[in-house]
Design a binder for this molecule. Structure first.
Ligand code: HEC
Length: 91
């Protein structure tokens, strides 16, 4: 449990430092983005089992202002992928 927490913190710290070595979705980084921008209105559990790629597409459209959404937000493609991975995992 403790090791897992430290790993998560490490990944978030890497994200804050501008780490962009991999294009792979990073659910741990997505969790931080979700909690900062989305958790006020959403619960990740509501998206559990949804297709991460489709979610990512919706999030990118919202971010680009092409899909109606309660609140405007701007995420990079990497952030959209990360948040989608986190949401689809159910948190
Ligand atoms: C101020 C409240 C609010 C915030 C903050 C918010 N949302 Fe939403 N979002 C809504 C509401 C309301 C809906 C429509 C009802 C629903 O599907 O829950 C919605 C719908 C969605 C949908 C579903 C769109 C579809 O295909 O039907 C996605 C995906 C989504 N939000 C992603 C996000 C992400 C990612 C963030 C954070 C970066 C975020 N939202 C932040 C209120 C919010």
């Amino acid at each position: 449990m403790k090791i897992r927490t430290l790993t998560t913190i490490g990944l978030i710290a890497a994200g804050l430092a501008g780490y962009s070595g991999s294009a792979l979705a990073d659910a741990a980084a997505g969790k931080a983005t979700f909690e900062a921008n989305c958790a006020e209105c959403h619960e990740a559990a509501d998206f559990k089992g949804e297709d991460a790629k489709e979610l990512q597409g919706s999030i990118e459209q919202i971010s680009a202002g092409q899909m109606k959404h309660k609140k405007a937000f701007k995420l990079t493609a990497q952030q959209a992928a990360d948040v989608a991975a986190y949401m689809a995992s159910g948190g």
